[in-house]
Ligand binder design. Structure first.
Ligand code: NAD
Length: 333
């Protein structure tokens, strides 16, 4: 069986060669197009990221094609109708980096509650004075988790390990959720009762400005806001207003409202994304960056070795499961 990988980096090639040693593998670091297709037209399996074109006109080059294993969550770069008509199975990587993002959420929380950035800044300058560096404990505090999917659940689990109470606002509350420290509430209640609010919903028409100038005033005086989901879920002006009013005492953001239309995080590490989207300028334009009690990371929450490795190991498992006649993570069927 011949597998053609596109959009691969050198480290990915090494991993895949080892993991799929029994198969004939061909690698191309460029995206799949009508031109790059010509070298591998006899392949049985294609594996790409999102910058490859897997529309009918390109796929028609591959008479033996039986499986597309995209190394992404999204699959709108793939012509699913063509695949259905031509009996090509398509599978994806439904989720990756759940621990990575949940841990980054707590990195932001702890950096704010233990005043880590000013503490480190100060000692680097040889100043060991404690004035203004008093922090607060997480134990006994309430964490409000908005969105209870893969990441929100893991954040709530970590919260209970810190002996926090977790309250959750999500679209479909799971009332049978087996953790008595987790309670499902409505949006106004989560804003009123939480010491820390952390966002884990996708950005949709419904969640755009879910937290806004009207409802941010409900938040507890001195509370902390964390956003590792998508910038536009919170109205930026509302954050600035709440900081000025002392409603928010700290804000930790991995995402900002003006980031380019980003489909999934792995794209941030590609040449193609960087060529079209100047994240640095957008970050620098932001007023929030000048605030001392706001910490911002450059949309880096997903970026761990383990998360990127998970994409590859899921892809390998997808190929092996399909080869064994038990396809997994299939889409468009
Ligand atoms: P998920 O799909 O597993 O969970 C989303 C949750 O939000 C679900 O519980 C869903 O019911 C809930 N939800 C959806 N719409 C809602 C609404 N209108 N009101 C209330 N709840 C609603 O997603 P996930 O894997 O947990 O990821 C969450 C988000 O995190 C992603 O959509 C993505 O934007 C973001 N993310 C960020 C990074 C990063 O590096 N910063 C990395 C990965 C994901």
């Amino acid at each position: 069986m011949k597998i053609a990988f596109f959009e691969t980096e050198e480290w990915e090639k090494k991993y895949l060669e080892k993991a799929l040693a029994d198969y004939q593998l061909v690698f191309n670091n460029k995206p799949l197009t009508g031109e790059t297709a010509s070298d591998v037209i006899d392949c049985d399996v294609l594996s790409t990221f999102i910058y490859s074109s897997l529309k009918g006109d390109v796929l028609a080059h591959f008479p033996n094609l039986k499986l597309i294993a995209t190394r992404s969550t999204g699959y709108d770069h793939i012509d699913l109708d063509y695949c259905k008509k031509n009996s090509v199975t398509v599978c994806n990587v439904p989720t990756y980096g759940v621990n990575t993002i949940a841990e980054h959420t707590f990195a932001l929380i702890l950096a704010l509650t233990r005043k880590l950035i000013p503490s480190i800044d100060r000692t680097r300058r040889g100043n060991f004075v404690l004035d203004g560096l008093r922090g607060s404990e997480l134990a006994g505090k309430t964490l409000g988790v908005i969105g209870f999917g893969h990441i929100g659940k893991r954040v709530a689990e970590l919260a209970t390990a810190f002996q926090m109470n977790a309250i959750v606002y999500t679209r479909h509350p799971d009332v049978s959720y087996p953790n008595s420290h987790v309670r499902f509430v409505d949006l106004p209640t989560i804003l009123r009762e939480s010491d820390i609010v952390s966002l884990h919903v996708p950005l949709t028409a419904e969640t755009k400005h879910l937290l806004n100038k009207d409802n941010i005033r409900l938040m507890k005086k001195g509370s902390v806001l964390i956003n590792t989901a998508r910038g536009a879920i919170v109205e930026t002006e509302a954050i600035l207003w709440a900081l000025e009013q002392g409603i928010l005492s700290g804000v930790g953001l991995d995402v900002l409202e003006e980031e380019c239309a980003l489909k999934e995080e792995r794209a941030l590490l590609t040449r193609e994304f960087l060529a079209t989207c100047d994240l640095k300028t957008q970050l620098l334009n932001h007023v929030l960056l000048t605030k001392e009690n706001v910490i911002i990371t450059p949309h880096n929450a997903f970026n761990s070795e383990e998360a990127l490795q998970e994409i590859l190991s899921t892809t390998v498992k997808n190929i092996e499961a399909w080869q064994a006649g038990k396809p997994q993570n299939t889409v468009g069927v």
